[in-house]
Design a protein around this ligand. Structure first.
Ligand code: ATP
Ligand code: MG
Length: 204
């Protein structure tokens, strides 16, 4: 089984991934480790890697039985069985990112990405019906893992469509139009160095 665990930074992928890999007996692979190990990057700036998605996909081809963790995991072309997108209410996400001492602009970028549902949107474009969202807000990591297991074992219908836009921007029409956010067609999978967003710039 191949499971991709994605979501905006701070949604709990690493924490949840560890528990999930124990429960499922699957190897846990972190994109950030693989990028360094296999030198799958196009550039490095101040300890930030511009990830070479194709390189990662090539290295993982033919491999089975793992959980791939990272906010870019859904962009790899793999024979995945499940794509789980962790979602978190932007208010709660803000607290988590603040306690990680992220700089203010990075926090704002990530909150915007979460409010716009960028990971989910991109994952859905690529992996369609294999994509399920799990809301982590107000839940302990173990509860999040139980929900993921329920989806996988068919005890719970998968869910897609969590929307924090109104809550974050306070009503329709207030959300900014993001030029780097695709409104139709497949997402642009090439690195986007001009973007501020860590998600869209394929940065880790
Ligand atoms: N369900 C949860 N409830 C409360 N706190 C959580 C939960 N999940 C994660 N956290 C906390 O949020 C922070 C981020 O978690 P984690 O590192 O697992 O996120 P991540 O999605 O892997 O982030 P990144 O993409 O930056 O690697 C940690 O401090 C963690 O303890
Ligand atoms: Mg992590």
């Amino acid at each position: 089984m191949i499971l991709l665990l994605t979501g905006t930074p701070g949604t709990g992928k690493t924490l949840v991934g560890k528990v999930l890999s124990d429960r499922l007996g699957l190897e846990l692979l972190e994109i950030s480790d693989l990028v360094r190990k296999w030198k799958c990057y196009l550039d490095v700036e101040d300890d930030t890697y511009i990830v070479d998605i194709e390189c990662l996909s090539k290295h993982l081809k033919g491999r089975d039985d793992y959980i791939l963790v990272g906010h870019l995991s859904h962009l790899l072309e793999l024979d995945a069985d499940w794509v789980i997108v962790l979602r978190t209410n932007p208010k709660e996400l803000e607290e988590r990112l603040k306690s990680r001492r992220y700089p203010e602009d990075k926090i704002r970028d990530n909150l915007e990405s979460e409010a716009l549902g960028i990971c989910s949107y991109e994952a859905r474009e690529i992996y369609g019906e294999k994509v399920f969202e799990v809301d982590t807000s107000g839940k302990r990591p173990e509860e999040v893992v139980s929900e993921i297991l329920d989806v996988i074992w068919g005890r719970r219908k998968g869910y897609y469509g969590i929307d924090y836009l109104e809550e974050y921007y306070g009503g329709e029409g207030n959300a900014p139009v993001r030029e780097d956010y695709p409104t139709h067609g497949p997402p642009d999978l090439s690195p986007h160095p001009s973007s501020r967003s860590h998600i869209h710039g394929h940065r880790i």
